[in-house]
Design a protein around this ligand. Structure first.
Ligand code: ATP
Length: 337
């Protein structure tokens, strides 16, 4: 086992940020803690690191109990969103920091730093100072520094969120490749579902201090356990069963139907099991069209479909279209996102 968390809770004053959470992270895997702001992701990560003390529960790191151990003793590597590098140390000196503290000899430090700079693809940057690097390069130096001392686990708290979208995407792919080379057990905190889907073997979806679901990216997307998960990891229409139920799905009368925009289809004429809707807006999104329709009862429905599926050239707002569904889910009655 890479990391085990058992029944961990943490409150700040009256506010319970983490509520009786248990989690196993397989050795060598990359797990994402995903959830909205305030859901307790960072607090859980900090509890694993030893930066916060749990009110209750226990933590194991690589099989050894770490609950009462100091941060240093836990031998974890961290990278934070704004992980400040030492400004007055160049890249090599930043990466070497932990090794110097541990009394490594200069020749061994040089070898290890060379190795790490190659790993994070920053050979040739060793003499630069942090102010002479891009944001993405700085985070790669931070990762090299965290990895220098061969941590037992790597904990990343929104490491890329301060960077622009393109760099963030590049760094995700890079992190995934790095992880495939290194196999260090890694936990990454993110509020970005695309990031979690792209990098993680498993996703832990958190909401209000608790785990809603743990699963592979495909499981989380295709078999969401709760309405919250379904809404958080993709777009969803929530429609009262009473209005569209018999046509678009099946379930208890009092429930809502949860349907992804991609699982709906549009037609120019009525179909078996279609419901009519009035077109409010049609948006071109590259390959796909996004249509917003209003049902007879006033509910708004979003449909996303490939452009070639609909002869849209002559459509205008106000036109009547017919909606069918390929896949609809129901959850407990009265459960709302
Ligand atoms: N040191 C603290 N003192 C008081 N409240 C705190 C402290 N740290 C966290 N909290 C509160 O605990 C809750 C969970 O915070 P946490 O940072 O774990 O959430 P998060 O899911 O990581 O959110 P974000 O993505 O915004 O960082 C929040 O409501 C936060 O205000």
């Amino acid at each position: 086992m890479g990391i085990r968390v058992a029944n961990v809770s943490k409150s700040f004053g009256d506010f319970q940020a983490v509520k009786d959470v248990s989690l196993d992270v397989d050795s060598g895997s990359l797990v994402a803690l995903l959830g909205p702001s305030g859901s307790g992701k960072s607090t859980l990560l900090r509890l694993i690191a030893g930066l916060e003390e749990a009110d209750a529960g226990r933590v194991w790191i690589t099989g050894e109990e770490a609950t009462n151990r100091s941060v240093q003793d836990r031998q974890v590597g961290f990278v934070f969103q704004h992980f400040a590098l030492f400004k007055h140390r160049n890249v090599r000196q930043n990466v070497a920091f932990g090794l110097e503290l541990r009394g490594w000899k200069p020749a061994a430090i040089k070898r290890r730093v060379d190795e790490l700079l190659e790993l994070v693809q920053l050979q040739g940057y060793g003499g630069r100072y942090p102010s002479q690097l891009s944001g993405g390069q700085r985070q790669r130096v931070a990762l090299a520094r965290a990895l220098a001392v061969q941590p037992r686990v790597l904990l990343l708290d929104e490491p890329f969120s301060a960077l622009d979208a393109k760099v963030r995407k590049e760094l995700r792919a890079w992190l995934r490749n790095l992880h495939d080379e290194m196999h260090v057990t890694t936990v990454i905190v993110t509020h970005d579902q695309e990031e979690a889907m792209e990098v993680a073997d498993k996703i832990v979806v958190m909401n209000q201090g608790q785990i809603e679901q743990i699963g592979s990216p495909a499981e989380i997307y295709d078999q969401p356990a709760t309405p919250f998960v379904m809404g958080f990891v993709g777009s969803v229409n929530v429609l009262p069963y009473g209005v569209v139920g018999q046509q678009l799905g099946s379930g208890p009368l009092a429930s809502n139907l949860f349907i992804r925009p991609h699982d709906l289809d549009l037609h120019l004429s009525p179909q078996p099991d279609s419901v009519p809707g009035q077109l409010r807006r049609l948006t071109h999104m590259g390959r796909d069209l996004q249509a917003e329709l209003i049902l007879e009862g006033g509910d708004v429905v979003m449909v996303v479909l490939p452009r070639e599926r609909l002869d849209y050239a002559s459509l205008n707002p106000g036109d009547c279209l017919h909606i069918t569904s390929r896949m609809a889910r129901t959850f407990e009655p009265d459960y709302a996102i």
